[in-house]
Design a protein around this ligand. Structure first.
Ligand SMILES: [Zn+2]
Ligand SMILES: [Zn+2]
Length: 390
């Protein structure tokens, strides 16, 4: 794609957000659209697929703070002809390509800044003339997977369907109908750039005939329409290592987008989301569980059987144990692939009955009478007494 195409596109409108939308808003809008337009949800709907591509492209730029800044700056500079200083346009009509050429060739001042900016655009997108034939590494791709708590602890293999732009399988990425080959662009001789003279200066700009690629496709591939890019749906099996934590990213080398011109393939990053467990929590490699106990169990001591993820564990609670005490069952936590094993942390918490029958109530009242001489909060009462005196 040429820089001109890029700037003429309204990525904000594509995502349905305002141009001052926050990164979070952009992400949210993209997620929603990507779900609606996903090829899996719209089989055979070429309109949806085109929108999916456009939305993905827009998100690719707007989700990257540096790219977004460049895009915003470029759009601000090229927004309509009106705002641009006069004397720059070549004989009437506003021509973006014109501006590109001149701006890039003027070192220092405003032109130099533009040249840097557009150079950045070209290199990032890879569609520009400068990198038309240079090998370029494929983009990294990020995706999300959601697994259960137990799967995260034990490790899991998760099948995933992944849709991403990829070199078209029908034409091998050339954009030409199978059996034909793209020809070298006659206008630029394959360089992707044309040079024009303007007064004392010579300016290079992306070739309009070949859109800066240096090659022209006469008979476009029916699958990708000449782009050389189509949406590829892949099924991958992802091995999630035991002990993975919520929010962690797993890197799958070489599973991202294919490189251009023989460049290496990018990587795939899978962000793991872990569903919470109804009973167990997690603190690093330790599992946590809260066990409700009765007051007599803590006061008199007891032996508790507590479930673990793999089975159960027996815990001896000594007489006179405080509520809130944390007991540790060694080695009953999360066993990671690297050999680290966590513990199970058991928090004992008194459960107060909210409904007692007459007999239980009487027993408890007797207990209260029998222990009336015992002050459970001497420190606090001492403080209150001090305050009463002053
Ligand atoms: Zn194709
Ligand atoms: Zn050309």
């Amino acid at each position: 794609m040429s820089a001109r195409d890029w700037i003429e596109k309204d990525f904000y409108r594509e995502l349905g957000v305002s141009s001052d939308a926050s990164a979070e808003e952009i992400k949210k809008a993209y997620r929603k659209l990507a779900r609606e337009l996903h090829p899996d949800a719209n089989p055979g709907d070429t309109k949806a697929e085109a929108r999916f591509k456009a939305v993905s492209e827009a998100y690719g730029v707007l989700s990257d703070a540096a790219k977004r800044k460049q895009y915003d700056e470029a759009r601000r500079l090229f927004a309509g002809g009106g705002g641009f200083p006069g004397g720059f346009g070549g004989g009437g009509g506003f021509d973006v390509g014109d501006l590109f050429g001149r701006a890039g060739a003027q070192p220092g001042g405003m032109g130099g800044g533009l040249g840097d900016l557009l150079g950045g655009l070209f290199n990032r997108r890879g569609g520009g003339a400068a990198s038309a034939t240079r090998p370029r590494r494929g983009e990294d791709v990020e995706t999300d997977v959601r697994i259960d708590f137990t799967e995260a602890v034990r490790g899991a293999t998760v099948p995933m369907r992944l849709s991403s732009p990829a070199a078209c399988g029908t034409c091998g990425g050339s954009g030409a109908r199978p059996g034909t080959t793209p020809r070298t662009c006659a206008n630029c001789g394959g360089a992707g750039l044309v040079t024009r003279s303007q007064g004392a200066f010579a300016f290079s700009e992306p070739c309009q005939d070949c859109r800066g690629t240096g090659r022209v496709v006469d008979d476009p591939c029916p699958e990708c329409g000449g782009d050389g890019v189509s949406t590829r749906t892949r099924t991958l099996t992802i091995r999630i290592p035991a002990g993975v934590d919520d929010g962690q990213r797993i890197r799958l080398a070489g599973q991202g987008e294919p490189g251009r011109n023989g460049g290496p393939t990018g990587d795939l990053y899978v962000r793991v989301h872990v569903n919470p467990h109804p009973v167990f929590g997690r603190a690093g490699n330790d599992l946590t569980v809260t066990v409700p106990v009765t007051f007599p169990e803590l006061a008199l001591g007891t032996t508790l059987t507590v479930p673990t993820l793999e089975g159960k564990v027996t815990v001896k609670v000594p007489a006179g144990t405080a509520s809130g005490r944390v007991m540790r069952a060694k080695g009953k936590g999360i066993a990671r692939r690297d050999g680290q094993v966590g513990d199970l942390l058991i928090t004992l918490q008194v459960a107060v009955p909210n409904n007692m029958d007459a007999k239980a109530r009487e027993a408890l009242e007797n207990y209260a009478l029998a222990t009336a001489g015992h002050d459970p909060r001497p420190d606090l009462n001492a403080l209150l007494e001090e305050k009463g005196r002053s």
